[in-house]
Structure formats: structure tokens, C-alpha cells
Design a protein around this ligand. Sequence first.
Ligand SMILES: *[C@@H]1O[C@H](CO)[C@@H](O)[C@H](O)[C@H]1NC(C)=O
Length: 294
Amino acid sequence: MTFGCSSKLSSMILFTMLFASLMGASEGGNFLQDFDITWGDQRGKILNGGQLLTLSLDKASGSGFQSRKEYLFGRIDMQIKLVSGNSAGTVTAYYLSSQGPTHDEIDFEFLGNSTGEPYVLHTNVFSQGKGNREQQFFLWFDPTKAFHTYSIVWNKQRIIFLVDNIPIRVFQNLESIGVPFPNKQAMRIYSSLWNADDWATRGGLVKTDWTQAPFTASYRNFKANACIWSSASPCTSTSPNSVQDNVWQAQELDAPGRNRLRWVQQKYMIYNYCTDLKRFPQGLPPECKRSRFL
Ligand SMILES: *[C@@H]1O[C@H](CO)[C@@H](O)[C@H](O)[C@H]1NC(C)=O
């Protein structure tokens, strides 16, 4: 059998299309399949056949969504475009959390600001119900002008927070010195947009300007390379065969990663619980003594 030029070309095209669609299936999430709007009635919307999700806040209520699946370790990426203009008083929370009084939680919270003033990115890690591990940052871009990628890498050794793939925070597993680490409770992905003008912007001094409502944040390109948890099977991988998609399992910072983390922490970090001696007069939490990069 001989292949003519055109059939070779068309089989190549077919192969490329097949390959692209397989990649698409293993990579991307669809909001219609993976999430439920759980709060705020019509203020949360899934659009474009599941490619886009928007949350909004008005004087009556905010809104929120959560993932259908629960995860126990993984890398979760989400692109978010935050409330633009005068967003003072609004908070967009994006986090992983388990349930119950001894829950674990990994938090990104974006505190809005007056027009032209910078957002604050607030982070925290709860293990077995205990948080108090805040670090806050300014961003090196305006998070309202375009979508940016916010990622959580969560494996057995550490949690890495990344913004556009730049590590901003690492929380190491230090169970060996008695610091609980989130590794037993599966978590869902949550996000909500709400009014927190009693504390969010300059400690509650700047109030939400309701003439600007509704306030809207947008989400796209959700991606989970993760273990989906169920009582029958603690880990069903979302990408069982791809080496690249499973890099998160042993991910740590290499030398360039450590340099970037240092850059962020030196130039953009505005609060670190690990240096707040006033707050911990009896001594800093044990994890703070271990690493320069917490
Ligand atoms: C808002 O901007 C002010 C002044 O630039 C800054 O001090 C503050 O940290 C910013 N963010 C919030 C959430 O208040």
C-alpha cells in the first residue's frame, strides 16, 4: 500500500487533532463539570460552555463556588482577574479547605483597594484547625487588568504558593519537630467574593463604595493535576500517565526558584508572622526557626 502525499498530510492533521484533544482532556477543567455555585443566587455565573466563571458582589450579597471533587495532594492552577476600579472593602478568597473543627486550609485572599492603590495578597496555612500563619504581599503587576495564574502545589513534603509560576511562599512539612502538616484530610477548592469593609482595606478605614456595584471577579483555565480523593480510593490521579503532569508530587524549589522566592520576599512581602515578635511574646512558632524562607 502506498500513501499519497495528501493522505499522509491528512493523517498527520488527524493525528495532531487527536493528540491536541487528548491533551485538552487531561489538562483543562470545565467549570460546569467541576464546580457548583454554592452561594449568591444569580451573582455567580458559569459562562461560555464552562470556560469562564464570574462571581459578583452587590449590596445584598456576595457569591461563591466550590469544587465537586475533593483532593488529597496535587497542583491546582486557576487564572483569576480581580475586581477592578475602586475595589476597597471587597475580598476575593480563593482556597483549599477540608471540613470540621480540625480542618486544614491553604489560603489566597485578595484584599481590594481604592482605585490605583495596590491589592494585598494575604496567605495563610491552617493545619488541624490552627492558622495564625499569615504572610502578605503586594503584587508586581495590576491583578485587575488581566488574568494571572495562582497555583497551589501540595505534596507530602511541602506546600508551595505560586503566582504566575513564581514561588511566593513555602510551608514545609515539619512534623518531625511537632508542627502539624495538612496530609490526612482531603480538601475542596473554594472561592468567594464578599464585603469585608469592616477590616479589609487599611484595617476597615476605607468603606466599600456601593455606587460601583456590582463588583466582579473572573476565573478561567482551572487545572488540577492532583489526587482525587474518595473513601474507596485515596488517590485517583487526574493525569495517570503524564510524567510532566506529575512533577508536583516531588516538587521543591531549585536554585532559580529559591532566588525568585527571595526576590518576592525581599521586594513584595509586607507582613510575615514569622518576624512578628510582638505577636508571639512567648517565642515564634517552631516552623519559623527552621527556614529562612518561611
Ligand atoms: C491599599 O493601599 C494603601 C496605600 O497605598 C496600602 O497601605 C494598603 O496596604 C493597601 N491595601 C489594603 C488592603 O489596604
